[in-house]
Design a protein around this ligand. Sequence first.
Ligand SMILES: [Zn+2]
Length: 256
Amino acid sequence: MTRHAFHIRLVTFLVSLTVALFADGFGASFVSPVSARGSEKEGHLRCVEHGPRNAPAVALTFDACRINEKTTLDRDILRALVEQHVPATVFVTGRWMEAHPGETRELAANTLIELGTHSQTHPDMRKLEDNRLGKEVLEADGLLRSLTGRRSRLFRFPYGYSDDRTIRAVTSLGFCPIGWDVVSGDPDPGVSASTMAAHVIRSTRPGSIIIMHINGRGKNTAKALPAIIEGLRNKGYFFVSVSDLLARGSVDEWRE
Ligand SMILES: [Zn+2]
């Protein structure tokens, strides 16, 4: 067995083990089941950055971070998704949920929206010791559960900053680390709606996971979204949640 294959098997084993251990905890209240785990490239563990490349299913994802700034729930984005019947996955931090408990419940009640967590306080998790790192993951998970009665196995690292140790820690807690392969660039107010839409449409490939923001940080996201949805549909793509995307293929298929 090559070292790469061993790493994949190790992660797969750890995740199936922890999923089994967590089965009771997640149970019926679990947001949506995934049998997913991180992938591995060039000897290092990686977050899941895309789904299988053999079908035109893609996932729109939106982060709801809250660091020190004032945040919101961008209702224009939600409206665009609902109008076009587009499912999406939203990654919420604990701090954002604390500031927006009603909006968190509202997202959970929307059948188009799948929720994942994005840590409690949005730190660079590579700088945290194991204990604190686990707390960041579990506090956000606990808050999601207490607000909505649900849990999610999907976890997104703040800033996308991760390494072997942090990915191993997150997967060993039963969570699947979700990255992205298409960056919308939406926190930059200098990126116009039309530039953003053109870039996303051009960069998306079968299985892509696209990252945007729904916390008010994406200044032109809502304006770009209808064009992104239409443009991708015109190219034959259809939209699924991250869990549905991951359910469509195995780890090996995710590897390029
Ligand atoms: Zn974030």
